[in-house]
Design a binder for this molecule. Structure first.
Ligand SMILES: [Zn+2]
Length: 388
């Protein structure tokens, strides 16, 4: 299986996060990336490294607002130039509904650029997502890692064959919490959403033109490929849900510990709106009482449900987090304690009625039991490839 990875993603290394009232080392560490990369390179006959390529800003701007993208690119230098701590950028207030809801939106939004603190507070929703010197470089590379793996998947799908067709984007920082115009949950750019929109917008021909610089913007001529995103990170992918909430071009399914971070999204009654009604499924998991067998049963059930089978997705994107593991310090489903379950999970994506025989892109999200992450990734991907 081809996987895409870049050392540039090590450049993002915040010194700390604030979580549950504690200042603590940043859980989303470069060591996570190193652990997975090492495990894949130890199996050179199975996993083949593909270097990331630069697709320009256009695919990013199809998902994120231009002001937010410019903010991510410039805020660290602006922050330091304004005399703030070079340690990193964090908000100290938020435009919470209680603070601003009595005002017209354009009034309080006009304050975004009134001070550097107001700007930072507008574009972040928590204290766990610091911006440091290398953040933009790593985040845009992480998005390009996902795009390169998407492009490679298009090439492989065109070539065909009878084996399950998949690629793996070893992304860091992760993406599924990032919204159209806000960072949070260790996420800055939403890699899986950017990839999904790329499949909506492109076939191999137009993607190649974009990559070669023959065109600089994405064609807006209908939906090329319908995408099903299955998010198996421990946390609810609030960002991915919000980005595609009112469209049926992307069907979003999330399995997540509930109630848990990000606390205000992820209930089963969030089902999409407008054109997107019925194309958002949340499966809240009881993290104290669910075994890996029960988790996989629920996954199989939804992947074989009528709505998913009838959707007839052209492409599957798996938002792959390993913070479901029982020992995970950030997430953790207490009885998810058999590493073989990750192999079965990979098999399921290749065999379930709603996902089988589809090109499948695995995008790395969370997972914080650093020494074990590599073996978990190998399990999922080998389970997928070896499925009969
Ligand atoms: Zn997570």
């Amino acid at each position: 299986m081809d996987f895409v990875y870049s050392e540039i993603c090590f450049a993002h290394n915040p010194p700390f996060e604030v979580s549950s009232g504690r200042w603590q080392p940043h859980s989303e560490s470069p060591a996570r990336l190193a652990s997975i990369h090492k495990a894949l390179t130890e199996l050179p006959s199975v996993f083949h490294l593909v270097s990331h390529r630069d697709f320009g800003l256009d695919p990013i701007l199809r998902v994120h607002s231009p002001d937010f993208v410019e903010y991510l690119q410039t805020i660290y230098q602006e922050w330091v130039a304004a005399g703030r701590t070079p340690q990193g950028v964090l908000p100290d207030s938020f435009p919470h509904p209680a603070l601003v809801n009595h005002l017209p939106e354009n009034r309080w939004k006009a304050s975004t650029n009134s001070s550097i603190e107001a700007k930072v507070s507008t574009y972040a929703f928590d204290l766990g997502t610091m911006i440091v010197d290398g953040t933009w470089k790593a985040a845009i590379t992480s998005a390009n890692v996902a795009l390169t793996a998407s492009y490679r998947l298009m090439e492989l799908a065109k070539a065909g064959g009878d084996k399950p067709i998949g690629t793996y984007a070893l992304c860091r920082p992760p993406g599924h919490h990032a919204c159209r115009a806000a960072s949070g949950g260790f996420c800055y750019l939403n890699n899986a959403a950017i990839a999904a929109q790329f499949f909506n917008d492109h076939d191999l021909e137009t993607a190649t033109k974009l990559l070669n610089g023959e065109v600089t913007s994405t064609p807006r001529s209908g939906v090329k490929k319908k995408v099903l995103i299955v998010d198996v990170d421990y946390h609810h992918g609030n960002g991915t849900q919000s980005i595609f909430y009112d469209t049926d071009n992307v069907f979003y399914i999330s399995f997540h510990g509930y109630p848990d971070y990000p606390y205000f999204t992820g209930s089963a009654d969030e089902t999409g709106s407008g054109q997107g009604e019925g194309y958002n499924i949340n499966i809240p998991i009881d993290a104290a009482n669910t075994t890996n067998e029960e988790y996989l049963e629920k996954l199989k059930k939804v992947l074989e449900s009528e709505s998913v089978v009838n959707y007839k997705a052209d492409v599957i994107i798996v938002s792959l987090g390993f913070d479901t593991w029982c020992e995970d310090p950030v997430g953790g489903i207490i009885h998810f304690s058999d590493a073989n379950a990750y192999k079965e999970m990979g098999q399921l994506f290749a065999t379930a009625k709603g996902t089988k025989s589809r090109p499948t892109l695995f995008v790395q999200e969370g997972g914080y039991t650093v020494p074990k992450l590599g073996s978990f990734a190998v399990n999922v991907l080998q389970g997928f490839m070896d499925a009969k």
